[in-house]
Write a protein that binds this ligand. Sequence first.
Ligand code: SME
Length: 137
Amino acid sequence: KDANKSVDTRLGEICELLQSNVDHYDWVGFYFKNGDKEELKLGPYAGAPTDHTIIPFGKGICGQVAVSNENFVVPDVAAQDNYIACSITVKAEIVVPLFVNGKNVGQIDIDSNTPDPFTEEDERFLEFINQKVAEIL
Ligand code: SME
């Protein structure tokens, strides 16, 4: 463990690893609750830059997960009415909340250019990643 490596550097490396090693992960990023505000702020990510660096609670898939505290698997983004499009190439999305001491502090968000690619295996895998991330926050 490199104690000098910042949390953001580590999270960025996790995003890069996931995006480059999992075929159906085309954009991988972390959003975190923005201080005391009822909004999410984009943290480290891998993939194309997004305009959506701030997302109010309740808005889009990410904002809904900030409120529901539950995984949100979207097999077809075109079928969602509360969805924020980051890229027209995106077909599907998965968002898994990140808990520290039982509190929802953020989430991992993954976009896929492949239709309906996410399984329960992705959910369990990303829950595991978030548990590990919670230990270094
Ligand atoms: N699609 C997300 C917005 C974030 S971008 O995917 C990076 C949403 O609906 O919340």
